[in-house]
Write a protein that binds this ligand. Structure first.
Ligand SMILES: Cc1ncc(COP(=O)(O)O)c(C=O)c1O
Ligand SMILES: Nc1c(O)cccc1C(=O)C[C@H](N)C(=O)O
Length: 417
């Protein structure tokens, strides 16, 4: 934090924070809604805003690679795209070397593939337990329930403090000789808590198990060092802080040393050794490609490809994270000043080092408040029972927007009081 930003933060001065923000110029790269004005977009942690270049890029792709090259583009470029884009994402965002990341499927499908692959690889060693926490995102919990039912595995539940999240000691308390795999979110979708991924990964490894990290709320918001942390497997979505667009494909990371040991359960032709050999039965491709199943969504990868380059241009994840910390600090400080009198409580860690790029505020009337705010062009989201999430996307959110958003929450609460 520069001295100017520190004093602007202390003074809660949005204009000064924006003026001192080295990333402010990137806001113009995002499409501004026309007609129906958006006063404050505070939901980039659910769906990131589109880059203006995305509209151009999709048009060019349609007219060029797709329109001109037609089916030939598969041989010329598209077959390699899931790995090529995965490698670039790994470089700029994930802290991972090449050859370990693909872009494919939805997050849910990728979680299924990786968790089941990890469980199956461990079952010969008498390991039949999957560890997950009760605060994890529903799709993660549901998938684990399904996999456990399908494979006859047992679920060991962690019950963390909902306002923070899973700590290394929580994991150490449940892992043991029967643990096959542990599935956790790195940044918790509700509280925004950042789990200590290096320490937890080590704890899981000491127990002889594998870890799968869900990076949906981390990718593009916090610094990641998957290789250095010794992570086994990871998945994440690309439509939040990576601005890939609604339903853009997920990414999956499989540590190189595990790639030959694991066999994912959805055997499709695009993950086979010889897709166009039309072979009689399945033999997996070498390396990370075997984790692909069907035809990769090339069109839907285009916005993500542009956003990864924008992050690189902005100075990488260190610069993005520095702004994210300032944004959440500012939002939390404004909430303490302006909303506490209405009984609003922070349901996220107070320490920015333990927090991703959103904060959750609790109040019994936040369901109604969120509906009022959406009408007024202020867009956070609501997560039951009474959490209002303020998601701050470092490259597209200004401090003035945060200020306008918190003021609108205050006004709505005052009207309801
Ligand atoms: C932690 C987490 N995992 C998974 C998902 C979503 O998975 P999918 O893209 O398959 O809907 C989300 C958000 O929707 C999420 O926050
Ligand atoms: N994936 C979403 C969707 O398809 C519709 C609405 C919201 C979402 C989300 O991303 C929710 C988000 N993962 C969450 O943390 O709640």
């Amino acid at each position: 934090m520069t001295p100017t930003s520190t004093s602007a933060l202390q003074a809660l001065d949005a204009a000064a924070l924006d003026a001192a923000d080295p990333l402010a110029r990137f806001r113009d790269r995002f499409l501004e809604p026309e007609g129906d004005p958006v006063v404050a977009y505070l939901d980039g942690n659910s769906l990131g805003r589109p880059l203006a270049a995305t509209a151009e890029r999709l048009g060019e792709f349609t007219r060029g690679e797709w329109g001109q090259r037609l089916i030939r583009a598969w041989d010329e470029r598209w077959m390699d795209e899931p790995v090529r884009l995965g490698d670039r994402l790994a470089e700029v965002v994930l802290g991972a070397a090449h050859g370990q990341t693909i872009v494919a499927d939805s997050t849910s499908v990728m979680i299924y593939k990786l968790v089941r692959a990890a469980l199956d690889a461990q079952s010969g060693a008498g390991r039949d337990e999957i560890v997950i926490d009760r605060e994890n995102f529903p799709t993660d919990r549901f998938l684990v329930e399904g996999i456990a039912a399908e494979r006859g595995a047992t679920i060991r539940w962690i019950s963390p403090d909902p306002d923070t999240g899973v700590r290394p000691a929580d994991v150490e308390a449940v892992v043991g000789p029967r643990t096959a795999v542990v599935l956790l979110s790195h940044v918790a979708y509700r509280s925004g808590f950042i789990a200590d991924a290096p320490a937890i990964t080590q704890a899981v490894h000491r127990a002889g198990a594998l870890v799968v990290w869900d990076l949906c709320h981390s990718a593009g918001s916090v610094q990641l060092e998957l290789d250095a942390w010794g992570v086994d497997l990871a998945v994440g979505c690309t439509y939040k802080y990576l601005n890939g667009g609604p339903g853009s494909p997920a990414f999956g990371y499989v540590r190189r040393g595990l790639q030959d040991r694991l066999r994912q359960p959805l055997w499709g032709w695009m993950g086979a050794a010889d897709p166009f050999g039309m072979t009689e039965s399945y033999a997996p491709a070498a390396g990370i490609r075997q984790f692909i199943t069907g035809t990769p969504p090339i069109l839907a990868m285009q916005p993500l490809a542009g956003m990864v380059e924008l992050i690189a241009e902005a100075g990488g994840m260190e610069a993005v994270r520095a702004k994210s910390v300032l944004l959440t600090e500012f939002a939390a400080a404004l909430a303490a000043r302006d909303l506490a009198a209405f009984g609003v409580e922070l349901a996220s860690p107070r320490d920015p080092a333990e927090r991703g790029s959103h904060i959750t505020l609790n109040h019994p009337r936040f369901r109604e408040v969120t509906a009022m705010l959406w009408e007024r062009g202020v867009i956070p989201d609501f997560r039951p029972p009474h959490g209002l999430r303020v998601g701050l996307s470092p490259l597209s959110t200004s401090f003035a927007e945060v200020e306008a958003g918190i003021a609108a929450i205050r006004d709505a609460l005052a009207e309801l009081a």
